[in-house]
Design a protein around this ligand. Structure first.
Ligand code: COA
Length: 165
């Protein structure tokens, strides 16, 4: 059984992430979507909310687990028996940072490989950040995120708006 680890902050999960999960399942027998708390990024959704949204979005995918992780990614990947870390490459702009991370992870643990995958071009411009930005101003993100995420974004920004009033 080849296990792939797909890590990220997933604040929130987008259809680009889901596209990558589907692609990952063609290569790996099983995937763990490993969700980092990433407090420095001041996520919009709590860790529990992010896990919940991912779980609802992948409920029809077999062989996918969703877990939170703390600490070093390579240690987590090794503990779980993962053979590779999966990362998405959308554009050249992603490359430099991803290369840094992949090489640092390799230095930390030679056994864990990083596999880069490209999402479908229709999703290549989507980031969680841009989705949040558009949604915060009332713009539609339909088709860019799972329906549960679209609803959760609307609810979240409504709460923020109500607090601000
Ligand atoms: N504030 C909030 N969100 C931001 C941001 C910021 N300043 N900058 C980028 N983002 C969002 C983007 O929208 C992007 O969303 P996407 O998922 O649609 O691409 C996402 O965060 C990109 O951030 P990135 O850092 O590329 O990936 P990530 O946050 O999804 O995952 C980890 C990074 C969790 C894999 C990595 O930090 C990690 O491995 N952490 C564990 C600790 C560790 O081992 N560190 C050593 C790594 S060498």
């Amino acid at each position: 059984m080849k296990l792939g680890i797909y890590p990220g902050t997933f604040d929130p999960i987008t259809n680009g992430h889901l596209d990558l999960i589907e692609r990952g399942l063609r290569i790996f027998d099983e995937l763990i979507i490993a969700v980092a708390p990433s407090p420095k990024k001041q996520p919009l959704f709590t860790l529990e909310e992010r896990l919940g949204l991912i779980r609802q979005s992948v409920r029809d995918c077999r062989n996918v687990r969703v877990e939170a992780f703390n600490g070093l990614l390579v240690s987590y990947a090794r503990d779980k028996g993962g053979v590779a870390i999966i990362r998405g490459l959308r554009a050249v702009s992603d490359f430099e940072y991803e290369l840094q991370m992949a090489l640092m992870n390799r230095r930390l643990d030679m056994q864990v490989e990083t596999v880069f995958m490209m999402p479908s071009e229709e999703f290549s411009f989507i980031t969680s950040t841009i989705v949040k930005e558009v949604s915060s101003f009332g713009g539609s993100v339909k088709g860019l995120v799972p329906d549960v995420v679209e609803t959760a974004l609307k609810e979240k920004f409504k709460i923020i708006e109500d607090i601000a009033e």
